[in-house]
Write a protein that binds this ligand. Structure first.
Ligand SMILES: [Zn+2]
Length: 344
C-alpha cells in the first residue's frame, strides 16, 4: 500500500510499504477514509534525526474496519470509526478515569514503533478500547469535522477544560493554528463571554472570528501582554489556552492570566522547562495540560458535530491524495495551509 514515510527533517516521502495486518488478537485494521497532517507532525519535519527505516506518519484518521483479531469484541468489520491519536485498552485505571492518553498499555500512532495513518490502511492496537464506532449514518459533508475528533477538536477542548472555561469567563487562545482555532470553538461552546485570539495570519484570524473570537491580538511578547490587559480592564483573562508549545508562547500565556486564573497547555513543549514560574506563583495561576484524552471527548463533542452546532472541519483548507502529502507538509510548515486533509 501507499504510505507517508519520514526519514529525517524535511525528508518525507510517499512510498510503498507492506500492508498492515492483524498481529495481536486485540488488533483491527482500518481502511483509511480520511487522514490529516497535524501541527505536531511539523516538529519532526523540522527536527527529526535521520532514521534508515523511516517512520510511517500520521495519528489522525477516520475509516472503515477491514479486519479484526480473534479477541476483538465490540468493533466489527464494516464499522465506520474515529481513530483517536492515541491507542488505549479502555480497561485500565487511567482509561476508567477518562485519561486514555495515560493508558498503561497505550501509545501513540505514527511513531517509529507504531505505524501511522497517513496511509491507505493502518493497524489499530487494542481496537475495542481505541476505536470509536459510529453506527448511525452520517452525511459525507460532516467527514472533515468528524476527522477533527481524532485530535485537534478534542485537543482544543482539553485546553479549554484544563483552563477551566465556564460560562461568562474571559478566555485567551495563544496560537492561531488548527488547535488554537478549535480552542476558540471549544471556549465558545463552553460559554465563554470574551474570547481573545493571539495570532497574526489573516486567514486564520478570519476563521477564529467566525468561530466566536471577540478580539484579536497580533502583537507578540510584552506588547501582546499589554494589549490583553487593556482588553480585560487591566486584569488579564480567567482562562488561557496555550496551543503552540514554544517558550515565548508559554511565557505570554502565563503573563496574560489574571490572578487565580488557569492555563491549559496542549502545544507539544519544545523545551524541558516551563517559563513564567515567578508570575504563575505570585498570581496563583494554575498551569496544567498535556496530551488530550480525545477518546473520552468524542462522546461529548460528537452530537454538536452531527447537529452542525460546531464546524471544526473548516480548519482544513487543503486536501491532497497520498502522493501530495509531502507537499502538504511543506505547505503547512510554510504557513501556506492551516491544515491539510488526506484522502488516500
Ligand atoms: Zn488503559
Amino acid at each position: 500500500m501507499r504510505a507517508t514515510v519520514m526519514y529525517s527533517a524535511g525528508d518525507v516521502r510517499s512510498e510503498n510499504v507492506p500492508d498492515p495486518q492483524v498481529i495481536e488478537p486485540t488488533d483491527a485494521v482500518i481502511r483509511v477514509g480520511r487522514a490529516s497532517v497535524c501541527g505536531s507532525d511539523l516538529w519532526p519535519y523540522q527536527k527529526m534525526e535521520h532514521n534508515d527505516t523511516g517512520r510511517v506518519m500520521g495519528h489522525e484518521a477516520i475509516g472503515v474496519v477491514e479486519d479484526i483479531g480473534a479477541d476483538v469484541r465490540t468493533i466489527k468489520r464494516g464499522d465506520f470509526v474515529i481513530m483517536p491519536f492515541a491507542f488505549s485498552d479502555g480497561t485500565c485505571a487511567f482509561c476508567h478515569e477518562g485519561l486514555q492518553t495515560s493508558c498503561i498499555h497505550g501509545g501513540i500512532f505514527g511513531t517509529t514503533e507504531v505505524a501511522g495513518a497517513q496511509a491507505e490502511a493502518v493497524r489499530i492496537p487494542l481496537a475495542d478500547g481505541t476505536l470509536f464506532p459510529l453506527r448511525t449514518r452520517v452525511d459525507d459533508a460532516l467527514m472533515p469535522s468528524l476527522l477533527t475528533l481524532s485530535d485537534v477538536m478534542g485537543t482544543g477542548h482539553h485546553a479549554a477544560i484544563i483552563a477551566r472555561v465556564t460560562p461568562g469567563k474571559s478566555v485567551a487562545v495563544v496560537g492561531d493554528g488548527a488547535v488554537g482555532l478549535c480552542g476558540v470553538i471549544a471556549a465558545k461552546r463552553l460559554g465563554a463571554e470574551q474570547i481573545i485570539i493571539l495570532g497574526r495570519h489573516a486567514d486564520r484570524i478570519a476563521l477564529a472570528k467566525d468561530f466566536g473570537a471577540t478580539d484579536v491580538v497580533s502583537e507578540r511578547g510584552d506588547a501582546a501582554v499589554e494589549r490583553v490587559r487593556e482588553l480585560t480592564g487591566g486584569y488579564g483573562v480567567h482562562s488561557v489556552l496555550e496551543c503552540v508549545g514554544l517558550e515565548q508562547a508559554m511565557d505570554t500565556a502565563i503573563s496574560i492570566a489574571r490572578p487565580g486564573g488557569a492555563v491549559g497547555r496542549v502545544g507539544v513543549p519544545q523545551e524541558q522547562t516551563i517559563p513564567g514560574s515567578g508570575p504563575a506563583f505570585y498570581n496563583n495561576v494554575t498551569v496544567g495540560g498535556g496530551p488530550a484524552p480525545v477518546r473520552a471527548y468524542i462522546e461529548k463533542l460528537l452530537p454538536d458535530v452531527v447537529e452542525g452546532k460546531i464546524e471544526p472541519g473548516r480548519v482544513f483548507d487543503r486536501t491532497v491524495g497520498l502522493d501530495g502529502v509531502p507537499d502538504g507538509y511543506r505547505a503547512m510548515n510554510d504557513r501556506q495551509a492551516i491544515k491539510v486533509m488526506i484522502t488516500p
